[in-house]
Design a protein around this ligand. Structure first.
Ligand code: ATP
Length: 254
């Protein structure tokens, strides 16, 4: 299968300390991959780099960026924004409506169909700030549904979500995979990864293993990832690959 996303010696640093260090490999078109690793392993940094939110020179996309959808961790979302559920899902249609375009009847029908799919019919006019975590995650998946992207990046999509909602959302992930879309999800539940994700990328700032899930999530690899994470030293020398300081908080190098 051809590569949809290629990582070529990807190094991303904050204050010159690498959060990702010399990571190389490929996400094949149509693949379904879990990204796992200890806290602070660089998983969110990897997704943000692929999404183009960090200036990462080592990421090559085999599709236009408009074909990419990114779901951040809920903790990164501003829920106080005055938006109702229907308008929140409508944002997923910006490619069809344009930044300031108005919604057509067809678009509103698609939005309501997506809300029905995630079990939230009747919630159209609810302010998003009043939703539970699980309900908000269903709304955000409805937005992904209407966005209709070929590459879908999910950062801890089932965090703080109950078993029932997780099953519904996992069903959508399986559906996207069956449709030939490429899905990459940061997850912490190894059993869930074993059951639902054919491929896994195990990170501990550096790449520990990447391939078929059963061959990646071995006790030896997991132990190695833990040891690498524990060995991390905030005072370690700067990575020689880092670019000279250009911005105070965030730099990247390949
Ligand atoms: N904006 C930032 N400024 C400085 N350091 C950062 C920033 N974002 C992340 N880091 C650091 O980069 C490292 C990797 O963070 P990242 O969030 O990518 O890890 P993660 O694997 O997603 O962690 P978790 O499982 O806890 O969500 C951590 O040491 C973190 O403290």
């Amino acid at each position: 299968m051809s590569a949809l996303v290629t990582l070529d010696n990807l190094t991303v640093s904050y204050r010159r300390h690498p959060a990702l260090h010399h990571v190389s490999g490929e996400f094949a078109a149509g693949s379904l991959t879990a990204v796992v690793g200890p806290n602070g392993a660089g998983k969110s940094t990897l997704l943000k780099s692929i999404a183009g939110l960090l200036p990462a020179a080592g990421v090559m996309l085999g599709l236009p960026r408009q074909q990419l959808a990114y779901l951040p961790q809920q903790s990164e979302l501003d829920r106080s924004f005055p938006l109702d559920v229907r308008d929140c899902v409508l944002l997923g249609l910006w490619r069809r409506s344009g930044a300031f375009g108005s919604a057509t009847t067809t678009m509103l029908r698609d939005v309501d169909a997506a809300l029905h799919t995630v079990g939230l019919q009747g919630f159209e006019r609810r302010p998003v700030g009043t939703l539970s975590s699980g309900q908000l995650q269903r709304v955000l998946f409805a937005r992904l549904l209407v966005q209709d992207a070929q590459l879908i990046l999910l950062d801890e999509p089932f965090n703080a979500v109950d078993a029932n909602t997780t099953a519904t959302l996992l069903g959508l992930v399986q559906q996207w995979h069956a449709q030939g879309r490429t899905v990459v999800a940061v997850l912490h539940d190894d059993a869930q990864v074993h059951t639902h994700f054919p491929n896994t990328l195990l990170l501990a700032r550096e790449l520990v293993a990447w391939g078929h899930t059963a061959q990646v999530l071995t006790p030896a690899n997991l132990q190695r990832a833990r040891a690498m994470a524990e060995a991390w030293d905030e005072q370690a020398p700067w990575c020689e690959a880092d670019a000279p300081a250009a911005a105070p908080l965030l730099q990247t190098a390949s």
